[in-house]
Design a protein around this ligand. Structure first.
Ligand code: VOV
Length: 249
């Protein structure tokens, strides 16, 4: 049996994708719409407080294409908090005018493939902590997709030795590192939580860097031989100031 990688696990994540039912939203009076928007802004205030206290983080993006109209991403210390947020949002007026499009449940994950192993407790290392408990960046664009590592015939990631996987991940990491400052990645593990094995959330100010990075990685063995991908979602940041115009009809 191959040795399982050890993971460090951080905050739990919920990616919640919604469509807006514009036809019914339009039937509300502008006062009713304003109330719904204010109620949602109240939730954002609450989430901002959680974020300033370093007890979680969230991101709001509008999504391009028919798969969804917006995405709310939450990171929290427990699965219960994610569940509570989801329920609280679902009870709002605004949520009545949304249609669930897709969701993804995972936990921020770092593996030990490239770890130094100098005996220190990684959970105490500030660099590790910053990655496990991230404040989600306010980048202009987001890209999300779920993925698996293939388990098929001779192409079975899970049958490779630890050393083989380490050397493949080194090359993956090298490509990734060449995008430092351009793309920030959050890899979250979802084995046992959702339909794929990982969620990949990328943030960038230049949307084209997503295409360049993902394309370059396709030629790397980890992705070329072992990568299996779900649906891709791409979007633009929805700042709090732009919510009223986003919802204006
Ligand atoms: C934006 C840059 C970037 C960088 C720097 C980077 C680096 C690294 C390192 C150093 C490591 C290993 C240690 C750790 O930190 O866990 C990883 C791990 C991982 N990655 Fe990655 N990755 C990037 C980016 C990046 C992308 C764009 C993708 C999607 C792949 C694609 O083809 O579309 C990806 C996937 C993953 C996954 C699924 C894992 C976990 C694999 C496992 O089997 O456990 N990743 N990744």
């Amino acid at each position: 049996m191959s040795e399982a990688a050890q993971t460090l696990d951080g905050w739990y994540c919920l990616h919640d994708f919604r469509l807006i039912d514009w036809a019914s939203w339009k039937t509300l009076s502008s006062d009713e719409r304003q109330l719904a928007i204010s109620e949602f802004q109240g939730l954002l205030d609450k989430w901002n407080t959680t974020q300033s206290n370093n007890e979680g983080s969230h991101a709001l993006y509008s999504i391009v294409g028919q798969k969804a109209d917006f995405m709310l991403m939450f990171a929290r210390p427990t699965m219960e908090e994610l569940n509570a947020i989801e329920n609280e949002f679902n009870k709002t007026k605004l949520a009545e005018y949304t249609i669930p499009a897709y969701s993804y449940v995972s936990v921020v994950e770092l593996s030990n493939y490239l770890a130094g192993g100098d005996g220190e407790d990684p959970y105490q290392n500030p660099h590790v902590r910053a990655r496990l408990y991230p404040t989600l960046p306010k980048a202009k664009h987001v890209c999300f997709y779920p993925m698996d590592k293939r388990r098929q015939g001779d192409d079975n990631w899970y049958m490779l030795s630890m050393d083989e996987r380490k050397s493949l991940m080194r090359s993956h990491g090298m490509i990734g590192r060449s995008y430092a400052g351009k793309v920030k990645q959050i890899i979250s593990g979802s084995v046992g939580f959702d339909d794929y094995e990982w969620g990949v959330t990328l943030f960038a100010d230049d949307v084209l860097q997503f295409k360049k990075l993902v394309y370059e990685m396709r030629f790397d063995e980890v992705s070329a031989r072992y990568g299996e991908f779900g649906s891709f979602f791409v979007g633009n940041i929805l700042t709090e100031e732009s919510i009223p115009s986003f919802l204006y009809v």
